[in-house]
Unconditional design. Structure first.
Length: 186
């Protein structure tokens, strides 16, 4: 049985996390370890517009520790992604260069849309997603019935789309509690 070890490192605004997985044909994906370290990059990036030297040092130090941990697990492949804190910093290129020089890690800075796409994809990959999506479909069907009874025929015709419920949802036509529960499901 061929098992591959993979590490995913995420450099967020307020923490740096690493998950190590075993990938195999038989057992699929199994999480082996999850490590987090709080480093508040967003504090500098959003307040000052750049990431200060002390935080850059701490970031590289944490990533160096992570590379040692990856070596201990004999990781076959890895991916390092960074979020808005690095993307929005004026010294983004300097920070990425420091990471590359000190840790030999290649960092991919995600755009806002890439970040959202990966987040949605990770939710859809969860085993409980089918149960959640069925419950959301039931809610949307019952919501469509509620909307059908509360919206005038003219209003429904002017708001047609492939997804029937959403165009009819408004605070005046749809009770607040039903609107909030619908939004929470999405």
């Amino acid at each position: 049985m061929n098992i591959t070890t993979f590490a995913a490192i995420y450099i967020g605004s307020y923490e740096i996390s690493m998950k190590i997985f075993e990938l195999s044909a038989k057992r699929k994906i199994r999480e082996v370890d999850y490590i987090r370290k709080r480093v508040e990059l967003g504090k500098d990036a959003y307040a000052k517009g750049y990431i200060g030297y002390e935080l850059a040092e701490e970031l590289c130090s944490v990533l160096s520790e992570y590379t040692k941990i990856m070596a201990g697990y004999k990781v076959d492949a890895y991916k390092v992604c960074a979020s808005a804190a690095i993307r929005d910093a004026k010294n983004e290129l300097f920070i990425l260069d420091q990471i590359k020089l000190r840790t030999k890690l290649d960092v991919e800075v995600l755009s806002n849309s890439e970040h959202r796409f990966i987040s949605y994809k990770s939710v859809a990959a969860r085993p409980e997603f089918n149960k959640i999506s069925k419950r959301a479909r039931r809610l949307s069907m019952s919501g469509a019935e509620v909307c059908r009874s509360r919206c005038s025929r003219k209003e429904r015709r002017s708001r047609r789309s492939t997804f029937y419920l959403e165009p009819c949802v408004s605070m005046k036509n749809f009770p607040r509690s039903e609107t909030l529960s619908y939004i929470m499901m999405i």
